[in-house]
Design a protein around this ligand. Sequence first.
Ligand SMILES: [Zn+2]
Length: 187
Amino acid sequence: MGTYEFLLEAQLARTSKGALFMFCPFCNKKDSRVLESRLTGENSVRRRRECEVCGKRFTTYERVEVMQMLIVKRSGSREPYTREKLEAGVRRACAKTMVTAEQIDDLVDSVENELASAGKKEVPSTLLGELALKRLRSLDEVAYVRFASVYRQFRSIEDFVSELNTLKDTHALLSGRDTVSSITQDD
Ligand SMILES: [Zn+2]
């Protein structure tokens, strides 16, 4: 299996739901796993991928169109979207949890794909935060609450406790288990 390099544009396809897929150049199936990501320029990233169907590896150079978005902050001021900023926020929330660097990378990819498919030129910072939160919630509860406390601007301990209780209620509904209480006990 030799190194196979090609440009992203030729291999990208959009589903009806707008999700982006990377097609394997060998077997043309869409499921590939990212082995390694590296920034190669301001707007591009080099990824080593492994096809989950045929197992062959290939390299992609991806340029993300979402980079041209403007983020509208609460104050109303605008700033260009940067992946680094979102990634740093998620990484901070995930400190000392079981969340891996690859999961963080996938989370940011997923948020960018959703925004890119929505095709918006301006995105409120609150929406950006909620999109990341939605994904963090299924990854790690501690990271979720930490991130929520920053993005939803918790003003008091009551806000924090109320978020924990919401999380706890959801769990009770979903599984009948009470796993969230460990957060409050440990801290
Ligand atoms: Zn393949």
